[in-house]
Design a binder for this molecule. Structure first.
Ligand code: NAP
Length: 275
């Protein structure tokens, strides 16, 4: 059965739009971009469109790649202090000459809608979640929407990034799963994937997961986004696994739309805190 992230994200966005309609002052998301990365331009446009649709104001601050770091710092401080801004997001990647770690950590923890500051990552680690990274949050919501049991299950996460793999492992732990995290140094990946009740691949390699690597009835969540000849693929050989899996996300239409919905939801969550 398909885990339809598009349908669930539409439902969540509809609910958010209804809420936002009732607010006198609209919530506001500010996105900071440094440089002109082509993929970033597309993602930012998509975020702007999604905000527009549900009535969230959108500020796009775009700096040239040769901007002085202090100017970026000043802007983050200004947005932190602006009571009308409920979410601040530093669009990644940024050019390597900037200190990404330092810039991310300047964002106020309650406006950090990507959940990437040390404070929010630490709170997640301790189980006192504040704002949680959008993709992992979207995945948990998608599993819950389909009443997929997480507690007691063996969840195998492939990928250990701060953006997806690690926070997802924390959320799965919080929900009672036994979690295995695999990565590029894992020896014999198949040995682990074969054991998974819930298998989540967040790597970025087309056809990394083939049908001989999964067991019958597995729940498969494919986070990967791989563009080949203009077409989008996940990490999972969807066609050959869909009949073995009990549930599986399509790419596109699975995790991607959930990520955007969770971003909007994090903005509204912070807005409501200040009502
Ligand atoms: P990332 O930072 O590049 O992390 C990739 C992870 O995969 C790393 O932990 C890496 O291990 C591991 N890896 C690489 N090759 C491997 C292999 N052969 N076997 C097992 N593990 C391997 O990427 P990310 O930001 O987490 O994103 C992962 C994928 O998800 C990308 O395709 C990205 O585009 C996609 N994504 C999608 C969404 C969405 O909304 N759909 C959101 C975010 C990301 P090491 O740590 O050892 O290097």
């Amino acid at each position: 059965m398909l885990l339809d992230g598009k349908a669930l994200s539409d439902k969540i966005k509809e609910e958010l739009a209804k809420k936002v309609k009732g607010y006198l002052v609209k919530p506001c998301l500010a996105v900071i971009q440094i440089g002109n990365d082509e993929a970033s331009n597309i993602y930012i446009k998509a975020k702007e469109k999604a905000c527009d649709k549900i009535g969230i104001n959108f500020i796009h601050v775009k700096f040239e790649s040769d901007v002085n770091e202090q100017e970026v710092i000043n802007k983050i401080v200004e947005l932190n202090n602006d009571n009308y801004v409920n979410g601040i997001l530093l669009q990644l990647p940024i050019p390597p000459k900037f200190n990404q770690y330092k810039l991310l950590n300047l964002i106020n923890k309650n406006k950090d809608v990507d959940g990437l500051t040390d404070i929010n990552a630490g709170l997640l680690f301790k189980g006192n979640n504040n704002l949680v990274p959008c993709t992992p949050l979207g995945i948990i919501n998608l599993l819950k929407e389909y009443n997929i049991e997480i507690s007691g299950k063996h969840a195998v996460v492939i990928g250990r990034s701060n953006l997806v793999g690690k926070p997802l492992a924390m959320l799965l732990l919080q929900n009672g799963a036994t979690v295995t995290i695999c990565h590029s140094k894992t020896v014999n990946l198949k040995e682990f994937t074969k054991q998974a009740d819930i298998l989540i691949s967040a790597v970025g390699k087309k056809d990394l997961i083939t049908k001989d690597m999964v067991k019958e009835g597995v729940v498969v969540v494919d986070v990967g986004m791989n563009r080949v000849d203009g077409k989008l693929y996940g990490d999972v050989d969807f066609e050959n696994i869909k009949d073995i899996a009990s549930y599986i996300t399509p790419v596109p239409g699975g995790v991607g739309p959930m990520t955007v919905a969770m971003l909007l939801s994090n903005v509204v969550k912070n807005y409501e805190k200040n009502l």
